[in-house]
Design a protein around this ligand. Structure first.
Ligand SMILES: [Fe+2]
Ligand SMILES: [Fe+2]
Length: 136
Protein backbone atom coordinates (compact mmCIF):
# COMPACT_ATOMS: atom_id res chain seq x y z
CA UNK A 1 0.00 0.00 0.00
CA UNK A 2 1.16 3.52 -0.72
CA UNK A 3 2.56 5.41 2.25
CA UNK A 4 0.83 8.66 1.34
CA UNK A 5 -2.37 8.72 -0.70
CA UNK A 6 -3.19 11.89 -2.62
CA UNK A 7 -6.24 13.56 -1.16
CA UNK A 8 -8.26 16.38 -2.67
CA UNK A 9 -7.64 18.43 0.49
CA UNK A 10 -3.95 18.55 -0.48
CA UNK A 11 -4.88 20.55 -3.57
CA UNK A 12 -3.72 24.19 -3.48
CA UNK A 13 -5.48 25.35 -6.62
CA UNK A 14 -2.31 26.37 -8.48
CA UNK A 15 -1.97 23.68 -11.19
CA UNK A 16 1.85 23.68 -11.35
CA UNK A 17 2.10 23.39 -7.56
CA UNK A 18 -0.48 20.60 -7.36
CA UNK A 19 1.31 18.74 -10.12
CA UNK A 20 4.59 18.88 -8.19
CA UNK A 21 2.91 17.83 -4.95
CA UNK A 22 1.63 14.72 -6.70
CA UNK A 23 5.09 14.04 -8.10
CA UNK A 24 6.68 14.28 -4.64
CA UNK A 25 4.10 11.95 -3.13
CA UNK A 26 4.77 9.44 -5.93
CA UNK A 27 8.46 9.61 -5.27
CA UNK A 28 8.14 9.13 -1.51
CA UNK A 29 5.83 6.17 -2.10
CA UNK A 30 8.34 4.67 -4.49
CA UNK A 31 11.11 5.14 -1.95
CA UNK A 32 8.96 3.50 0.69
CA UNK A 33 8.37 0.53 -1.60
CA UNK A 34 12.02 0.06 -2.47
CA UNK A 35 12.90 0.32 1.19
CA UNK A 36 10.60 -2.59 2.07
CA UNK A 37 12.78 -4.85 -0.09
CA UNK A 38 16.18 -4.37 1.61
CA UNK A 39 17.59 -1.82 -0.81
CA UNK A 40 21.24 -1.29 -1.56
CA UNK A 41 22.99 1.71 -0.10
CA UNK A 42 23.30 3.20 -3.61
CA UNK A 43 19.58 2.91 -4.32
CA UNK A 44 18.67 4.74 -1.15
CA UNK A 45 21.38 7.30 -1.59
CA UNK A 46 20.25 8.10 -5.17
CA UNK A 47 16.70 8.43 -3.95
CA UNK A 48 17.63 10.81 -1.19
CA UNK A 49 19.50 12.96 -3.68
CA UNK A 50 16.53 13.02 -6.06
CA UNK A 51 14.08 13.80 -3.30
CA UNK A 52 16.20 16.67 -2.10
CA UNK A 53 16.49 18.12 -5.62
CA UNK A 54 12.77 17.74 -6.32
CA UNK A 55 11.75 19.32 -3.05
CA UNK A 56 14.18 22.25 -3.32
CA UNK A 57 12.86 23.02 -6.81
CA UNK A 58 9.29 22.74 -5.59
CA UNK A 59 9.83 25.11 -2.67
CA UNK A 60 11.41 27.63 -5.02
CA UNK A 61 8.31 27.50 -7.25
CA UNK A 62 5.91 27.82 -4.33
CA UNK A 63 7.88 30.73 -2.87
CA UNK A 64 7.89 32.49 -6.23
CA UNK A 65 4.10 32.11 -6.50
CA UNK A 66 3.60 33.36 -2.94
CA UNK A 67 5.85 36.35 -3.47
CA UNK A 68 4.04 37.31 -6.68
CA UNK A 69 0.61 37.19 -5.06
CA UNK A 70 1.74 39.17 -2.00
CA UNK A 71 0.92 36.28 0.33
CA UNK A 72 0.49 37.51 3.93
CA UNK A 73 2.09 34.47 5.62
CA UNK A 74 5.07 34.24 3.31
CA UNK A 75 7.79 34.37 6.03
CA UNK A 76 6.25 31.66 8.16
CA UNK A 77 5.71 29.42 5.15
CA UNK A 78 9.25 29.93 3.89
CA UNK A 79 10.66 29.23 7.38
CA UNK A 80 8.86 25.91 7.42
CA UNK A 81 10.33 25.07 4.00
CA UNK A 82 13.83 25.81 5.34
CA UNK A 83 13.16 23.62 8.35
CA UNK A 84 12.08 20.77 6.10
CA UNK A 85 15.17 21.05 3.90
CA UNK A 86 17.38 21.03 7.02
CA UNK A 87 15.64 17.89 8.14
CA UNK A 88 16.26 16.18 4.81
CA UNK A 89 19.93 17.09 5.08
CA UNK A 90 19.99 15.59 8.59
CA UNK A 91 18.31 12.46 7.26
CA UNK A 92 20.98 12.22 4.54
CA UNK A 93 23.79 12.61 7.12
CA UNK A 94 22.27 10.00 9.40
CA UNK A 95 21.91 7.66 6.49
CA UNK A 96 25.65 7.75 5.82
CA UNK A 97 26.19 6.37 9.35
CA UNK A 98 23.47 3.73 9.35
CA UNK A 99 22.61 0.34 7.94
CA UNK A 100 20.27 0.95 4.95
CA UNK A 101 17.79 -1.72 6.09
CA UNK A 102 17.46 -0.45 9.66
CA UNK A 103 17.23 3.06 8.40
CA UNK A 104 14.30 2.33 6.06
CA UNK A 105 11.35 2.47 8.40
CA UNK A 106 12.51 5.55 10.24
CA UNK A 107 13.04 7.42 6.98
CA UNK A 108 9.60 6.58 5.58
CA UNK A 109 7.97 7.63 8.82
CA UNK A 110 9.79 10.96 8.96
CA UNK A 111 9.09 11.85 5.35
CA UNK A 112 5.43 11.07 5.78
CA UNK A 113 5.11 13.16 8.99
CA UNK A 114 6.94 15.94 7.40
CA UNK A 115 4.89 16.07 4.23
CA UNK A 116 1.45 15.57 5.55
CA UNK A 117 2.23 18.03 8.37
CA UNK A 118 3.27 20.76 5.96
CA UNK A 119 0.35 20.08 3.58
CA UNK A 120 -2.16 20.25 6.42
CA UNK A 121 -0.88 23.51 7.83
CA UNK A 122 1.10 25.84 5.55
CA UNK A 123 -0.05 24.61 2.16
CA UNK A 124 -3.66 24.37 3.36
CA UNK A 125 -3.54 27.97 4.59
CA UNK A 126 -2.20 29.08 1.22
CA UNK A 127 -5.13 27.27 -0.38
CA UNK A 128 -7.65 29.11 1.84
CA UNK A 129 -5.98 32.42 1.06
CA UNK A 130 -6.35 31.81 -2.68
CA UNK A 131 -9.99 30.73 -2.31
CA UNK A 132 -10.87 33.83 -0.28
CA UNK A 133 -9.05 36.05 -2.71
CA UNK A 134 -10.86 34.55 -5.71
CA UNK A 135 -14.24 34.70 -3.91
CA UNK A 136 -13.79 38.28 -2.77
FE1 LIG B 1 4.79 24.77 1.04
FE1 LIG C 1 4.24 22.54 -1.29
Amino acid sequence: MALIEWREEFSIGIPSVDYEHKGMIRMINQLHEEMSATPSRDTVSDFLGEIHALISAHFALEEKEMREMGYDAFDDHKDDHERLLDEIRDIMDEFEENDPGEFAEELSRRLEDWFTGHFRTRDARLHRFLKDRDAG
